[in-house]
Design a protein around this ligand. Structure first.
Ligand SMILES: *[C@@H]1O[C@H](CO)[C@@H](O)[C@H](O)[C@H]1NC(C)=O
Ligand SMILES: *[C@@H]1O[C@H](CO)[C@@H](O)[C@H](O)[C@H]1NC(C)=O
Ligand SMILES: *[C@@H]1O[C@H](CO)[C@@H](O)[C@H](O)[C@H]1NC(C)=O
Ligand SMILES: *[C@@H]1O[C@H](CO)[C@@H](O)[C@H](O)[C@H]1NC(C)=O
Length: 175
């Protein structure tokens, strides 16, 4: 190993090994279902932070999101758009990049406000076979909401621990 690359490895492992500001787990808001109704929960993903050995991110903190499948979609919603009541079309990640999604549940006061950005990833799992009424989504910001929809393989939900009902709260999210 050349001295310069040895130095890089040492630098990577000493400077970036532990980023405590990332918290112990990645927590995500989940639109799930129980007893044929959509639910909102906060999940701590089981896969933990690891130190990347990949060129380009080597030494930084990464976390395995598990398998995905099928066709991903880049979705744009105009400011003020009303998505109405609907079910998740498939088990999927919805990663909000900009704007604001306001999710409410029929016959419930539980709601979630998901801002686009680093805490914008949610899991939408309330497909029609498990939730009769689905959920409502509106996009009440002044800007366009942009999201990536990334389907999961059938039945393959990332390993997790349920932290509580209701969406993840500020102190549970990335700073
Ligand atoms: C996620 O929640 C757990 C349990 O409350 C907490 O220990 C962890 O630090 C949180 N993660 C972030 C990024 O805040
Ligand atoms: C992905 O899109 C292509 C082209 O529209 C389509 O033929 C294919 O069936 C889609 N795959 C899935 C898994 O939906
Ligand atoms: C529950 O929500 C559905 C859909 O919004 C509505 O049609 C129904 O009247 C509600 N039921 C009650 C008891 O509020
Ligand atoms: C969920 O509710 C719908 C409408 O009431 C009903 O048709 C369906 O059979 C129910 N599904 C389950 C799994 O209970």
């Amino acid at each position: 190993m050349r001295l310069s690359s040895l130095a890089q490895v040492l630098l990577a492992s000493t400077t970036f090994a532990l980023d405590e500001s990332l918290g112990s787990t990645l927590n995500v808001t989940v639109l799930g279902a129980s007893h044929n109704r959509s639910t909102l929960e906060c999940w701590a993903l089981k896969s933990g932070w690891e130190t990347s050995a990949e060129p380009g991110t080597s030494g930084s903190s990464v976390l395995d999101l598990g398998a995905i499948t099928g066709n991903a979609t880049f979705t744009t919603l105009p400011a003020g758009f009303d998505g109405g009541r609907h079910n998740a079309p498939a088990l999927q990640w919805v990663v909000f990049l900009s704007g604001l999604a306001h999710i409410t549940l029929p016959n419930s006061t539980t709601e979630a406000r998901v801002e686009g950005g680093k805490n914008g990833a949610i899991l939408a799992l309330d497909t029609a076979d498990v939730s009769a009424l689905g959920h409502y989504t509106t996009y009440p910001s002044q800007e366009r909401t942009v999201a990536l929809e990334i389907p999961l393989p059938k039945g393959e939900v990332p390993g997790h621990r349920v932290l509580h009902t209701g969406p993840c709260r500020g102190e549970e999210l990335l700073v």
